[in-house]
Design a protein around this ligand. Structure first.
Ligand code: PEP
Ligand code: MN
Length: 290
């Protein structure tokens, strides 16, 4: 199990794998750091066609080559059984399911079938829409396929009203998920929640205060030039500084000792209140237009 150490899991790396040089820079800048798993998208589910859709199999070869020189674990997103087949062929350590895949029970069934009998950790992002049942359904489908090492990733939700986030966090949903599945580690992805590197610290900090089990953060050697999600990626230096300033291991010890069930429920209520307040404000703005 990836999470045996009891410490929060840190997953970091580029939105998309773009070049061998980029991968080398990321791997070497994380050497001897707090990062447990490197992330790198090989196939990108882009909203708009004709944007960069990932480097594909070529990137898996770069990963395999670099692993001969450096010792690291890496996660890639899979959206089809073919992705799974290739990821396994190149000995990728961890797979993740993207938010646009979690919404589709057909896709999840196909992917779950393709990992039957394979011993690999799977990270499941929340679905893009605020529907906890879909998220749970995906977990159950992978469990039914025999996957034991499952983690959930909170990356926020698409809503139809304007707010300061790319994907509204709606903290009450992951908190309810955590209460229902206390054995499944909950990882926060502040990069996709915020869509903006300036907001990453505050979201990451909040997730630690809520006793999350880890972070997934997008890091690129040259964020401005990134082929996807340029606004939300951090440089390796900024990322390492962020992790140091969050002091996650110390915070975690204190939180685990202090957080009672009552406090967890208070947190859920508090977050629901915030969400109601945001929705009420949006309603007021709309009403003003009539
Ligand atoms: C990603 O992790 O780069 C990604 C595409 O994320 P999501 O599925 O959360 O949109
Ligand atoms: Mn991304």
């Amino acid at each position: 199990m990836i999470k045996d150490s009891g410490k929060p899991i840190v997953i970091a790396g580029p939105c998309s794998l773009e070049s061998e040089e980029q991968l080398y820079k990321i791997v070497t800048s994380f050497n001897n750091s707090r990062v447990n798993i490197i992330r790198a998208g090989i196939w990108k589910p882009r909203t708009t066609p004709n944007s960069f859709e990932g480097i594909g199999e070529e990137g898996l070869k770069w990963i395999k080559n670099l692993k001969k020189e450096f010792d690291f674990k890496i996660a890639v997103e899979v959206g089809t059984p073919r992705h799974v087949e290739l990821a396994l062929k190149y000995e990728i350590d961890v797979l993740w399911i993207g938010a646009r895949t979690t919404v589709s029970p057909f896709s999840i069934n196909d992917i779950a079938d393709s990992v039957k009998g394979v011993n690999i950790p799977i990270l499941i992002k929340n679905p893009i829409n605020p529907d906890m049942a879909l998220w749970i359904g995906a977990v159950e489908r992978f469990r039914n396929a025999g996957i034991r090492d499952i983690m959930a990733i909170h990356r926020g939700f698409s809503v139809n009203y304007k707010n300061k986030y790319r994907n509204l966090p709606l903290w009450s949903i992951p908190l309810r998920f955590k209460a229902q599945f206390p054995e499944i580690p909950m990882i926060c992805d502040p990069s996709h929640i915020s869509g903006d590197r300036k907001l990453i610290y505050e979201i990451a900090k909040k997730s630690i205060d809520l006793n999350y089990d880890g972070l997934m953060i997008e890091v690129h050697p040259n964020p401005q030039e990134a082929l996807s999600d340029a606004n939300q990626q951090l440089t390796p230096d900024d990322f390492l500084e962020l992790i140091a300033s969050l002091d996650i291991d110390k915070e975690r010890r204190e939180n685990t000792e202090n957080m009672s069930r009552i406090e967890q429920i208070r947190n859920e209520i508090y977050e629901l209140d915030n969400e109601i307040a945001v929705a009420m404000e949006e309603r007021r703005l709309l009403e003003n237009l009539i």
